[in-house]
Design a protein around this ligand. Structure first.
Ligand SMILES: [Zn+2]
Ligand SMILES: [Zn+2]
Length: 139
């Protein structure tokens, strides 16, 4: 298996979360993997809850492996009393629906210790044309 180089996706994620503006905080970057296939493109389905806003995602993000078809819950932020309002499949402007997916979370540092979650971003890179998209922001 060739190792996919996603350093540009990492740069994109750090830029979207403004990592350079918080040099004292801790940033955790992580690429989505399939248990069987490793880092591969995924179909991305978003289930939006009604409390979501464009800057603050509420709901569930599902990833489906483009190689073996296995589906996994990638991220779920559910609010009590929230209702599913719509589902959305990520699609690139080139019509492709599979993306390499990664997240970057900012952890605030207090007294030299990474202490609590501040905000995060989920990003994707089209497996066809390489375009990068912001999938969701979490707070
Ligand atoms: Zn797989
Ligand atoms: Zn594309």
């Amino acid at each position: 298996m060739t190792k996919t180089n996603l350093s540009d996706l990492k740069e994109f994620a750090r830029e979207k979360i403004g990592a350079d503006e918080y040099p004292d905080d801790f940033h955790i970057y992580d690429e989505a993997k399939c248990d069987k296939c490793g880092v591969v493109p995924f179909e991305v389905n978003l289930e939006h809850q009604n409390c979501g806003s464009p800057v603050d995602f509420h709901g569930t993000i599902w990833l489906q492996c483009s190689v073996c078809g296995e589906k996994q819950e990638y991220l779920s932020i559910l609010v009590e009393g929230g209702k599913l309002i719509n589902t959305e499949q990520c699609k690139c402007k080139c019509d492709n629906t599979t993306f390499y997916v990664a997240s970057c979370d900012r952890i605030e540092v207090w007294d030299g210790q990474p202490s609590f979650f501040d905000e995060g971003v989920v990003v994707g890179k089209c497996s066809n044309c390489g375009s990068m998209v912001r999938i969701a922001m979490t707070d």
